[in-house]
Design a protein around this ligand. Structure first.
Ligand code: GLC
Length: 482
């Protein structure tokens, strides 16, 4: 299948390219830069939600599942984007938000039976961004379930009509040429039908996917045992389109999701990149399980550069781009963008905005070419050079990213294995190559006997002159002889 070893490039449409001068990115802006994505060697573009939305959660509060947010453009703009992408050999993956709708979606009034209601808060469940999961509807005086913001009312996937509506919406996009979906917040799709309380936490810390109360084991408010039945219907509706699941479980526990999905994100890896031991465990778990999608960054968490630490970011980039299975690259990862701080009133608006700063296209243009006027979001910290300035610099993060993606062809599809290596280092052998990185501050011995001619790519050009050593904060990919 096309996605099996693909690099999938995530576009946060608001922050990619503004073409109509309103300071907000749009679909024609994505189309205009698809050649950049193709030139990286990515095989697909994943668009963050493009649907009409009151923007309580920037598109993740959907008010119509079969249209385009006017600020982003029109259905015709999307058709043009898909046509251009396909011309360039890129697939198009949409973010689809099955778990909830905006409380401003017409269904919320016209079809209250599509949602989950109670006369009073029915249990102790906590919403991802804090507070109770039960919101009071002022009009009816009743309470509706919301796993995220109060503006995002959870759908009741035990209602067959909900399933019909949502799978119908997915087919609508497939008919327009869409090649797959990233399914948002899937672990919240169905909850305990008896709405039992989540018990006090005893067994293990959760993956820190959200700010939900870590004093509870979220066993009833997520991952209901019959959730797989909904996924089977989704799979039946979409045929062999790519289905990627956002599931906050250790990768080994996400296996049941892979009965219907192609890929689940490996969040253990995302949260571990700053700690070599945890990262080794996460990579080993992924290689053992299969079906993992490695994530460099996304719109919800600190950027790779910030999580890995500036000195190690290049080495971690090389490592993650060399692993088997799909790899998800968030716009700006290829430039080495880290978290930024926001200016003035923007500071308090959304705790995740520092990871969503506008793309940097050309430092010789106002706002680095993102927009002709003030962008919706203005970073205040220094940012790396833009695409135009990095493109022809062999020492740039952009060149490293492009070269590491090109190397994936040579590494092939073998899952590979983690080699034993010195503390603070990580080494994986696959496809006749060794990928070795050193996240410690001191030189470390090579995990395999190598000669200098065997090194095919270095995290920092010039670092790997001596392949018996992995340089501090560096690393390389070397071809094994024989
Ligand atoms: C997912 C999205 C996140 C959003 C949430 C609710 O976790 O990645 O941005 O806030 O779902 O839809």
């Amino acid at each position: 299948m096309w996605w099996e070893q693909a690099v999938i490039y995530q576009v946060y449409v608001r922050s990619f390219q503004d073409t109509d001068g309103d300071g907000v990115g749009d679909l024609p802006g994505v189309t205009a830069h698809l050649d950049h994505i193709a030139s990286l060697g990515a095989k697909a573009v994943w668009l963050s939600p493009i649907y009409p939305s009151p923007n309580a959660d920037f598109g993740y509060d959907v008010s119509d599942f079969t249209d385009v947010e006017p600020v982003f453009g029109t259905l015709a703009d999307l058709d043009a984007l898909v046509a251009r992408a396909h011309q360039l050999g890129l697939k198009v993956v949409l973010d689809f938000v099955p778990c909830h709708t905006s409380t401003e979606h017409a269904w919320f009034r016209e079809h209250p039976e599509y949602y989950v209601w109670a006369d009073a808060p029915a249990n102790n469940w906590r919403a991802a961004f804090g507070g109770s999961s039960w919101g009071r509807d002022e009009q009816s005086g009743r309470y509706y379930l919301h796993s995220f913001f109060p503006e995002q009312a959870d759908l009741n996937w035990r209602n067959p009509e909900v399933r019909e509506q949502m799978t119908g919406a997915m087919r609508f996009w497939l008919d327009r040429g869409i090649d797959g979906f990233r399914l948002d917040a899937l672990d919240r799709l169905m909850k305990d039908p008896d709405l039992r309380d989540d018990p006090p936490a005893t067994h293990r810390p959760e993956l820190p996917g959200d700010a939900a109360d870590l004093e509870l084991d979220h066993i009833h408010s997520r991952n209901a045992p019959d959730l797989g039945s909904a996924l089977i219907e989704i799979r039946a509706a979409v045929g062999d389109a790519l289905l990627v699941g956002e599931v906050y479980l250790p990768i080994a526990e996400a296996v049941p999701y892979l009965e219907s999905l192609d890929v689940v994100f490996n969040f253990e890896e995302l949260f571990a990149v700053g700690d070599p031991d945890r990262l080794r465990d996460a990579i080993e778990a992924g290689l053992r399980t299969g079906g993992q999608g490695w994530v460099l960054s996304n719109h919800d968490f600190s950027r790779l550069v910030t999580r890995a630490g500036v000195p190690n970011a290049r080495a971690v980039t090389l490592l993650l781009l060399s692993l088997p299975g799909p790899v998800f690259l968030f716009q700006g990862d290829e430039l080495g963008i880290g978290d930024t701080r926001m200016k003035g009133p923007e500071q308090d608006r959304n705790h995740r905005d520092p990871f969503r700063t506008p793309m940097l296209w050309d430092d010789n243009e106002p706002h680095a070419g993102f927009s002709t006027r003030d962008p919706w979001l203005t970073p205040s910290d220094p940012v790396p050079p833009a695409v135009a300035q990095q493109r022809d610099d062999p020492a740039s993060v952009l060149s490293l990213t492009r070269n590491a993606i090109a190397l994936r062809e040579r590494l092939g599809a073998e899952q590979g294995r983690v080699l034993s290596s010195a503390p603070g280092t990580l080494a994986v052998e696959r496809g006749g190559h060794v990928i070795a990185v050193n996240l410690s501050g001191s030189p470390a011995p090579s995990p395999a006997p190598l000669a200098s001619g065997q090194i095919v790519l270095e995290a920092r050009p010039g670092d790997g002159a001596d392949p018996s050593v992995i340089p501090p904060h560096g690393g390389w990919v070397a071809k094994l002889s024989g």
